[in-house]
Design a protein around this ligand. Structure first.
Ligand code: PGA
Length: 232
């Protein structure tokens, strides 16, 4: 079980330090735990969590090692900081920054080649689900991802992200089974995971963990979600 906290554009270095110090003392249970702060807060998180089991990952990565790509960060740069992995293809990247399946795949491949673990996000919008296109969308998004031991998929239905609308455990289970039929890798669920719904989502057979947004910003609620993971 992997529980990852995606902080999005929250917490600069000061708040990150406070959070990491509190997280070190929190009871997290048996799950593997990862936090994904913004780029500017990665160094302090790596430093403060260095002697713990808690890993630090980025929220995105560029596909070139270096070059004229203003505003981007490369996988070797993240490695140099001591970062263990990265998210790619979050629906907010796809929606607001025009990322395509192909560019998400390039980011994933470059990160894996540099030795980073990758959490690759996929998921349908509400309109796509209503039109019965969920499986087509997942097939298109998953088919470009590399089949690699360092890759984990996160199924995040876009209609459940930050909306308080969680997929039912059955919807999550069905989508995860479908994703695994395309690519045999662990699949995290993401979309309004909270302490009070984490237990039943994580109990589904094909749910291998969670990617948590809003509820990962508070140490107590993040720790409660980590503890909700069933012990293997
Ligand atoms: P949420 O975000 O938990 O706030 O819905 C999940 C995500 O976007 O990864």
């Amino acid at each position: 079980m992997l529980i990852a906290g995606n902080w999005k554009m929250y917490k600069g270095p000061g708040e990150t330090a406070e959070f990491c110090l509190a997280l070190r003392d929190a009871e997290l249970g048996a799950a593997a735990v990862v936090v994904c702060p913004p780029y500017v807060s990665l160094a302090v998180a790596v430093q403060l969590l260095a002697q713990t089991e808690i890993a630090v990952a980025a929220q995105n990565v560029h596909w070139e090692g270096e070059g004229a790509y203003t505003g981007e960060i490369s996988a070797p740069m993240l490695r140099e900081l001591g970062v263990y992995g990265t998210i790619v293809g979050h629906s907010e990247r796809r929606q607001y920054f025009g990322e395509t399946d192909e560019c998400v795949a390039k980011r994933a491949e470059a990160a894996l080649a540099a030795g980073l673990e990758v959490i690759a996000c996929v998921g349908e919008t509400e309109e796509q689900r209503e039109r019965g296109e969920t499986e087509d969308v997942l097939r298109r998004q998953v088919s470009v991802l590399p089949d690699d031991d360092g890759l984990v998929v996160a199924y995040e239905p876009v209609w459940a992200i930050g909306t308080g609308k969680t997929a039912t455990p059955e919807i999550a289970q069905d989508a995860h089974t479908f994703v695994k039929s395309l690519l045999d890798r662990p699949v995290l669920y993401g979309g309004s995971v909270k302490p009070d719904n984490a237990g039943e989502l994580l109990a589904q057979q094909d749910v291998d963990g969670a990617l948590v947004g809003g509820a990962s910003l508070d140490v107590d609620s993040f720790a409660a979600i980590c503890r909700a993971a069933p012990t293997p």
